[in-house]
Write a protein that binds this ligand. Sequence first.
Ligand SMILES: Cc1ncc(COP(=O)(O)O)c(C=O)c1O
Length: 445
Amino acid sequence: MAYHFHSQTNPRRQEVDGPLMITKGEGCYVVDELGNRYLEGMGGLWCASLGFENERLAEVAARQMKTLATYHTFNHRSNDPCADVVEQIAELSPISGSRVFLVNSGSEANDTMVKLAWYYNIARGKPSKRKIISRKGAFHGSTVMGAALGGLPHMHESFNLPGLNVIYAEKPHFYKHGMPGESEEAYCDRLIADLESLITAEGHETIAAMIAEPVMGAGGVVTPPPGYFPRISEVLKRHDILLLSDEVVCGFGRSGNWFGCESFGFVPEMMSIAKGLSSGYVPIAAAVIGDHVYQTIADEADRIGVFGHGFTYSGHPVTAAVAAEVLRTYREMDIPARSRELGRYLFEKLETSIAGSPFVGEIRGAGFLAGIELVADKSTRTAFEPALKVGAFVERRCRAHGVMIRNMGDVISVCPPFIMTTPQIDELVGGISAALEDAVSEFKN
Ligand SMILES: Cc1ncc(COP(=O)(O)O)c(C=O)c1O
């Protein structure tokens, strides 16, 4: 409490309340210092696809630490685990001729994609193509560029971020932003028209790329209307704007396919991957780049003599060895099929157990990823007063009932490990259901 300045935490409350100390992982459960056991429905921070301890991965990490504990990939160096992991990523990637640029976090992967989009446009003689389109409510990380890409007010307020030329399209959430009487199809038409207008107003010759998560995770597990991404992709291609898929949450099976772009019918020019890449066990991430963009960038870097980007730990042998083994494990498990199967069970269970709650407005998601929108009035889709902090109350009550979920305002999310069993899904939904009953007793007047 005296020394640690926590991420994404209220520091003054932290000084008084202190942290929840997690001391142990047991499969899908984590245990705190008092011995309380929680079923972790969020994989930590959308990460732990293989749960919270794994002997096979521990052995791989230990073996690599004993063989080659560290090395770098600058100036034509590499190592076997690095070669192994990039080859596996390229094999799984839906982007043709994928090249993999390894980094350490989702934020760095997104920063890298933006820098590559700028570099690509300089190389093509189009330096005025600099702006990046993001979306309201998006989360893309906490580095300077990551925060600038984000469309969440608390990521900007008081940071005095430099003007980085990020412009924001609408958040594609029909349940909240569809107009009375508007069909989902008409809503999608409106979103596409809005994007066209934004591009026209800004000038396509000033826009380098658009970044989007297939399903917005921290933005509230928002699934787009049908047809949204293929149409976005068509608009961007017509205006010579790159599409960057942020697959930090959606990647590696989460949405029911290897990558979220496959679930939502588009192929981006680049994608960022992190979290599930190592099941969150070690910090490793990457920007995956299509052949056309790579070739243009490589020519420009050759002209300069070096590609001036990269990190000390890009291609670190220990993180690469763990990620390579995680990918082998996912392939053995057929993780996309498992995600679809577990997801079907989870959504059925949520429907039968909590859809009837007076506070549950919408249950949405894809694959094994779900969001539950809490509302004060279902018939009018009226939100709760933010000051009531109903979502935070439900999160606390879930913990009291032995399950961990996350609330983003009044949206409850679950993103469980893929090793979860169906009785454990029953337990998870049971905890959420009990917490919702507590909320109804507390807030229903
Ligand atoms: C969609 C998305 N992009 C990027 C990031 C940033 O990743 P990191 O925290 O590893 O920098 C996150 C983190 O939650 C995320 O959810």
